[in-house]
Design a protein around this ligand. Sequence first.
Ligand SMILES: C[S@@+](CC[C@H](N)C(=O)[O-])C[C@H]1O[C@@H](n2cnc3c(N)ncnc32)[C@H](O)[C@@H]1O
Length: 268
Amino acid sequence: MKKRSARLRRNRASLGHKIRYAARRPERVVPYLGRLGRDTWLRLKHRDHVEYYRAVMASDSAKSPEGAVGSHTHERWLALGRLQFDYLAGHGLKPSDRVLEIGCGNLRAGWRFISFLDAGNYYGLDISPDILLAAQKTLVRFGVQDKAPHLMLVQDLKLDFLPSEYFDVVHAHSVFSHSPIEVIDECLASVGRVLAPGGHFDFTFDRTETKEHHVLREDFYYRTETLIELAAAHGLTARFMEDWEKTGHPQSKIRVTREPAPAKLQDA
Ligand SMILES: C[S@@+](CC[C@H](N)C(=O)[O-])C[C@H]1O[C@@H](n2cnc3c(N)ncnc32)[C@H](O)[C@@H]1O
C-alpha cells in the first residue's frame, strides 16, 4: 500500500527522480540512454505522435513482439493476457458479446477473447502494422482462425469506419499509458457512438497523484480526475474501477458508459 502511494507521487520526468533512479539501478542507465537516443531520433523524424509511436513499435517488434507489448518473458505475456480476460469474464463477458479491442497488440489478451467469443465477434485494431503481423502469428499459434476475428490497421481513433451502437465491450489495456491527451480525447469523442446500449469501455492508464508528466513521449501519467472529466465532456460517465486495483497490476482502470452510473455507485 505504502509502495503504491509512493509510486503515485513520483514524477518520473523530474531530474531528481532520474538521478535517484540511476543511483539505485545503475545497470539500467545504459539501456535508458539507448532508448533516449533512439526515441529522440524517431521524434525528430516523426512529428505526429501516431507516426512516432508506430516507429517505436516497429523497432521494438523487430526485437520481440512480446517485449513490444510490455512482457519480457512468455510466462508474463500469458499471465497478463489471462489477467485481462479473467477481469472481463468476472464482469459478465458472454460469448455472444461483440468486443472491440483498441491497441490489440499481438493479441496477448486478444487470443483468449477470440477463443471465448462466438465467431466473428472480436475486432482488434492497432496503429502498428508490425504488431498486427505478429497478431496473425498468434492466431495460428493458438489455432483460433475458425473464430474469424477482425484485425484492423488504423491511423487514428475516430472509429468512423465502424458501425454505430455495435460493441458490448470496448477494451484498451496499456494503450492510454502510451498516449498523449489529444489521442485519448479523440477516442473518448468517438467511443460513445460505437458502444451498444448498456455497453462499456474499459481502459487502463498510468495514474499519478502529482503533476501529469510523460517519459520520452512513450509513457504518459494522468490524474484520475483528468480522464473522468474528459469523458464527461463527451457526454460519457466514467468511474474508477476499485476492484482492478486488487489485481496488483501497476496501471489503474476506468470504465466508461453512455448511461449514468448505477445509483448505488453514485452515492458511494
Ligand atoms: C503496450 S501494448 C499493449 C497491447 C495489448 N493491449 C496488450 O495488452 O497486450 C500497446 C499497443 O497499443 C498500440 N497503440 C498505441 N497507441 C495507439 C493508438 N493511438 N491507437 C491504436 N493503437 C495504439 C500499440 O501499437 C501497441 O500495440
